[in-house]
Every structure is written in structure tokens, then in C-alpha cells.
Design a protein around this ligand. Structure first.
Ligand SMILES: *[C@@H]1O[C@H](CO)[C@@H](O)[C@H](O)[C@H]1NC(C)=O
Length: 392
């Protein structure tokens, strides 16, 4: 994961002695049985909590190091701490980041010098709030948001002078080889990030954005808590999720029939948050169909645990209609997506989606980051001219 969500998991405090005697209740000791020997923990939970499958155990170990920023800019100790979690030649595949020039990197050193150091310099000490972590033994996905002050350039785009606080939407997908991560796909919502500081690179979304929120359910945090669900639960969820992906993206009937009527869908920057199937269809599925012809889905990974599923996929389409404010270019365009769902009684009741809009724009021949940079410069100049009269 980029800088990765810290798992707040697995660190269950070993209960010490409860200090009953200090609570001001007289003679409590006299009614309790005499202590014989210190209480021993009966079970030792796996990383990620009881019942966590192998990939969750691996991911939690790794995200703890990244999330706590342990030796983040010191290659030697950082690589020693990280090495056990990564296959030697693993692929790390982040967003399209324009002038930062990251394609997928191979191996730990390339990731460290690529996305890792750059992101941490732009957003130092980000506090990752992981709300979804679904895994099998060999695959995993995470969704989280990071809370941080934006202080350094991101892909050539400077933050406003005030270094505002931002909330970064982030997701990851993983394929493991044994206990080690072989592929890590990672996306952040750059449109949403820029919008938060007033860089409106694409037209404002039709739906009000309510963020990238934790599931509205008591399934544990991050959800799901593995011990609460069986592999049959995962299989049932996956059936619905696969059917929904097929219906929404392959068939293009555009009715969202696997979604609950009063869903919550945390859509990407440029679209917003939907609270009904109707809005999800009207503002996400239909515009996609209308703007791109010959849509084809290419799916890297689908993973489900309990009621939670995720998918990392590309929608390839010919850009024949306007999308996100861009007039048709006739180009073949990839729309890279990371999507998550919570499925209850055969319907998706909650959904989350991040799309790599800068990459889609790049294929259209539009310099997304260049446009953002111009907005940043214009905003800084406007602030400068506003502040001058009152300063003097
Ligand atoms: C995961 O791996 C463990 C240990 O090898 C095995 O006992 C378990 O059945 C596997 N679970 C699933 C869902 O594949």
C-alpha cells in the first residue's frame, strides 16, 4: 500500500490485573476468592485477529510498519523491516502520477525510491484509518482514508501555502505468493484530494461528496472481523459481487439490479455520494455508457470475506461522448477502478469506488496534473494579491 493503512488490529491488550481495590469500594477483597496464580492468556490471537486468513496476517504485519512510519526514509532499517513481507521481485502498481513518472515498479528498492519516498514527503506522517480489510489465504484488499497536512508537491502539484489538512482516500489490492506479497495495486483519489483544496480539475460532481466512510455495520473495524464469518459467507457474497460486476460493466443494462434501493455509495471525486440505486445508476453507470463505446472490462482481482468484497479492474472504452467535462477524443481509454461492496441478503447495501481519472485523461491526451498545477499557481497568485494591501 502506498504509505499504507495501519491496521489497528491485532494489538489486543493483554488484560492486566483489574485494580478493583483502588476503586473505593470497601472490603471488596474479602469477598473475592484468593488469587492463586497470575492469569495466563488462554489464546494467542493471530495478527489481524482470531480466524484471520493467511493474507490478513501478512498484510497486518506490513501495514503496521508502513503506518507507523518506522524508519520510513532510512533504506537500511526500513528494508530490513519490510523484506519479510515482500516477494523479491514484487510489482507495486500505483496511480498514474504524471511528472513523477511512476509506472509499476519491481522490487523493494524501486518502490522505496519511487512512490514511497515521494508520497511520504508530500504527506508526512499520514494517519491511516483502515476501515475495510477483506482477505482469503492468498489475496487481500484494503480501504482506508489518511488524515494529514499536505506540505510537499504531489506529482508536481504544490499544496496551497496554508498547507491544509486533507483526507486521502486510499485502497489496495494484493496477491500473495506463500506468505509474501507478489503484487500490490494501489489507488488514491486524486480528483477528490485536489478538490478539497480548491483545485477543481474536473467539473464538480453532480452528487454531494460525503467522503469515504467506514461501513455502517457492526462487523468490526476494519471490517470484517474474520472470526464472525465463514468461507460460505464469502462464497455467497462473491456470487452477488461477480453478478453485479457483470451486470453493471459487461452487460451494460445499466439498472444496477444487484444494488439495494437505499444504498450508500461512496463514489469517486467528480461523481460524489449516492444514497439510492437510482442516483448510482444515473450518475455513475449511465454517464460511463454514454461516454464510452465498446466497453470492455479487464479484471485483475476479486476478493471477498464475509459480507465484504472488492475488485480491481480496468474498463476500456472508446471515448465517443463527453466524460468528466472532456469532449470526445475517439481514443481508446482505460478507466482503472478499485471498488468495494458490502453485501447483505443478496444485495449490495454499501459501495466504495476510486477511479484513476488522471490515467484516463492521459489516454485522452489531457494533462490532468498540468491543469492542477496551473490552478495551484493561480490560487497562490490570487492569495498573494489579496494579502498584500492589508499587509502593508
Ligand atoms: C487457509 O489456510 C489454512 C492453513 O493452511 C487452512 O487451514 C484453511 O482451510 C484455509 N482457508 C481457506 C478459506 O482457504
Amino acid at each position: 500500500m502506498p504509505f499504507a493503512c495501519v491496521a489497528a488490529l491485532g494489538l489486543a491488550a493483554l488484560a492486566g490485573t483489574v485494580a478493583i481495590a483502588t476503586m473505593g469500594v470497601p472490603n471488596v477483597r474479602s469477598v473475592l476468592p484468593a488469587a492463586t496464580e497470575p492469569t495466563k492468556p488462554v489464546v494467542k490471537d493471530t495478527a489481524g485477529g482470531p480466524g484471520s486468513l493467511l493474507a490478513k496476517q501478512a498484510i497486518v504485519g506490513m501495514t503496521t510498519i508502513v503506518g507507523q512510519h518506522i524508519a520510513w526514509n532510512d533504506w537500511k532499517p526500513w528494508s530490513v523491516a519490510m523484506a519479510p513481507f515482500w516477494a523479491d521481485d514484487f510489482t507495486y502498481d500505483f496511480n498514474y502520477v504524471g511528472p513523477w513518472n511512476f509506472g509499476p515498479t519491481r522490487g523493494l528498492r524501486a518502490w522505496y525510491e519511487g512512490e514511497h519516498l515521494h508520497i511520504n514527503a508530500a504527506f508526512p506522517d499520514t494517519q491511516w484509518q483502515e476501515f475495510l480489510c477483506a482477505t482469503t489465504n492468498t489475496t487481500a484488499t484494503l480501504a482506508c482514508y489518511g488524515l494529514v497536512q499536505w506540505t510537499g508537491e504531489f506529482a508536481g502539484v504544490p499544496p496551497p501555502k496554508s498547507h491544509p489538512k486533507v483526507m486521502i482516500r486510499d485502497l489496495d489490492f494484493y496477491v500473495l505468493e506463500g506468505k509474501r506479497i507478489k503484487i500490490n495495486w494501489c489507488l488514491i483519489d486524486v480528483v477528490d484530494l485536489f478538490e478539497q483544496v480548491g483545485y477543481q480539475v474536473v467539473p464538480k460532481g453532480p452528487l454531494k461528496s460525503e467522503g469515504y466512510r467506514a461501513p455502517n455495520a457492526m462487523d468490526g473495524l476494519p471490517a470484517p472481523s474474520s472470526s464472525m464469518f465463514t468461507k460460505e459467507d464469502a462464497a455467497r457474497s462473491e456470487q452477488v459481487w461477480q453478478a453485479a460486476l457483470h451486470d453493471d460493466y459487461d452487460l451494460g443494462t445499466g439498472e444496477g439490479k444487484w444494488w439495494a434501493e437505499n444504498l450508500n455509495w461512496y463514489g469517486p471525486g467528480g461523481v460524489g455520494t449516492a444514497h439510492s440505486r437510482e442516483d448510482y445508476v444515473k450518475h455513475w453507470l449511465k454517464p460511463l455508457r454514454a461516454a464510452f463505446s465498446n466497453l470492455e472490462r479487464s479484471t485483475d482481482l476479486v476478493v471477498c470475506e464475509g459480507p465484504y468484497c472488492g475488485a480491481h479492474f480496468y474498463m476500456w472504452g472508446t471515448h465517443t461522448g463527453e466524460w468528466m467535462g472532456e469532449k470526445p477524443t475517439g481514443k481508446r481509454v482505460p478507466i482503472r477502478c478499485g471498488a468495494h461492496a458490502r453485501i447483505v441478503d443478496g444485495k449490495i447495501v454499501e459501495g466504495w469506488l476510486i477511479a484513476d481519472i488522471p490515467r484516463a485523461f492521459h489516454a485522452m491526451g489531457v494533462d490532468f496534473f498540468g491543469r492542477a498545477r496551473e490552478m495551484a499557481v493561480a490560487q497562490a497568485a490570487a492569495e498573494e494579491s489579496h494579502s498584500q494591501p492589508s499587509d502593508k
